[in-house]
Design a protein around this ligand. Structure first.
Ligand SMILES: [Mn+2]
Length: 427
């Protein structure tokens, strides 16, 4: 007997503003959760499983219209002729009270009740499945005490949407402990809610969060998919995590210490992107599906580099360099965001201590940063009141800028000075 365990599909999850990014692949982003579901159903058919388990948050929230529900129906109907049964619990995102629209039930798809835990015995496969849905989004009590005793002689599977003992990224819904899961005497706990793949316990019973099926934004990085489990005579004889995400999120952190030209930056980026997209690397195993996968990266540039000054002189330079390099990857890589966290290669502390004009400038910057009123007075003296600014730029008048803006301007100016000096001091 084989089964798939998936959770947190968040079907038709909205883009959360991603489509506003420059050059964003809007359609691939928008359809990703649907295509991952198609990949899940493909896998169920190809590997000839008997059961598909979905441990909550199948939907992201109430359907905008009936299309979301119809799409799910359409995919589930592909499983019916194969004799594959589907078992679902509702989670906080698709709790009974949240989903107002409804479609007719499908005979091979069982959604567990939210009022009490229920069981379905499947003697033909030697399996019993137990579960309970969320009635409302914020379930704060432990749902476990209501779960039925294991059916003797069966491989007992429990479905539960739970924050378990707590996770900083997720609401602590339906909290419970591994010890209590173990005490039920079940053989497998199919959990959902935590979006990161996590094997809570290898065996006795096996307790697993498969993670979400498809990452939805730049913080949900790495491979996403489901668990495939094979049971023989009541024992797990094989298990694997199968990557099903059609679009994968990455965080690329690049240390630019010693990288002092845009060309060299390009070389470093090319190497980093090649490594990322290489089959078997972060891009996942080789194969047809892997080649079709789109990769989305947030790039963080850090370290001490004179490029810090080049960026200060020409804001946007480094982001443009990163995006240009990503374009070399033939449409397989989209840069979601570039974060420039570079520092000047010069030892600022040592420079500020110098007994010359440069040291004096840096000491003056420090003095102004420490004293908001002094900064305001100095800026007023240096720039005047801005009376000559055209009307449409009135927001930039010195008397209208807040303290944070002044500090940012001052640091930008310092970066430009140091960049110029950096060139002089390092050549
Ligand atoms: Mn959830």
């Amino acid at each position: 007997m084989r089964f798939l365990h998936a959770a947190d599909l968040h079907l038709d999850s909205p883009l959360r503003g991603l489509d506003r990014h420059d050059g964003a692949p809007v359609e691939p982003l928008r359809s990703a959760t649907r295509r991952a579901l198609v990949a899940l159903v493909d896998l169920a058919i190809r590997r000839e499983v008997q059961l598909l388990l979905i441990a909550g948050d199948l939907y992201d929230g109430d359907w905008e219209d009936f299309r979301t529900g119809l799409f799910f129906h359409q995919q589930m109907m592909r499983l019916a002729p194969q004799g594959i049964r589907v078992f679902i619990v509702r989670g906080n995102h698709d709790a009974e009270s949240r989903i107002t629209r409804q479609l007719p039930a499908m005979p091979h798809v069982h959604v567990f009740d939210s009022r009490r835990a229920g069981s379905v015995d499947l003697p033909e496969w030697g399996v019993a499945v137990h579960g309970r849905s969320f009635s409302k989004p914020a379930v704060t009590e432990d749902l476990l005490p209501g779960y039925p005793a294991p059916v003797s002689g069966r491989f007992n599977i429990g479905l539960l949407h739970t924050g378990l003992t707590g996770n900083p990224d997720h609401d602590p819904y339906a909290p419970t402990t591994p010890a209590r899961l173990i005490a039920t005497g079940y053989d497998y706990w199919a959990l959902g809610h935590i979006h990161q793949h996590q094997i809570v316990q290898e065996s006795g019973p096996r307790i697993v969060f498969p993670g979400n099926l498809q990452g939805r934004h730049a913080r949900e990085i790495g491979p996403k998919g489901c668990e495939l489990v094979e049971v023989d005579h009541g024992r797990i004889v094989h298990r694997e995590f199968v990557e099903l995400d059609v679009l994968r999120w990455h965080r690329v952190e690049l240390d630019l210490s010693g990288v002092d030209t845009v060309d060299l930056l390009g070389e470093r980026l090319a190497a980093a992107f090649e490594a990322l997209l290489q089959p078997g690397g972060a891009a996942g195993p080789a194969g047809e599906h892997a080649r079709e996968r789109l990769h989305c990266a947030r790039v963080v540039l850090f370290g001490r580099s004179v490029l810090h000054g080049a960026e200060a002189a020409q804001p946007g330079l480094l982001e443009a360099a990163v995006r240009a390099q990503a374009l070399q990857q033939a449409g397989r890589l989209w840069i979601e965001q570039v974060r420039v966290e570079l520092a000047s290669p010069l030892d600022r502390g040592a420079l500020a201590a110098r007994d010359d004009a440069l040291g004096e400038v840096l000491r003056e910057v420090d003095r102004l940063l420490a004293d908001p009123q002094a900064l305001r007075d100095w800026a007023g003296d240096a720039l005047g009141a801005g009376a000559n600014l055209p009307h449409e730029l009135a927001d930039l008048r010195p008397d209208r800028l807040d303290e944070a803006s002044w500090r940012a301007l001052l640091l930008d100016a310092e970066a430009m000075v140091l960049a110029q000096l950096g060139r002089d001091l390092t050549t």
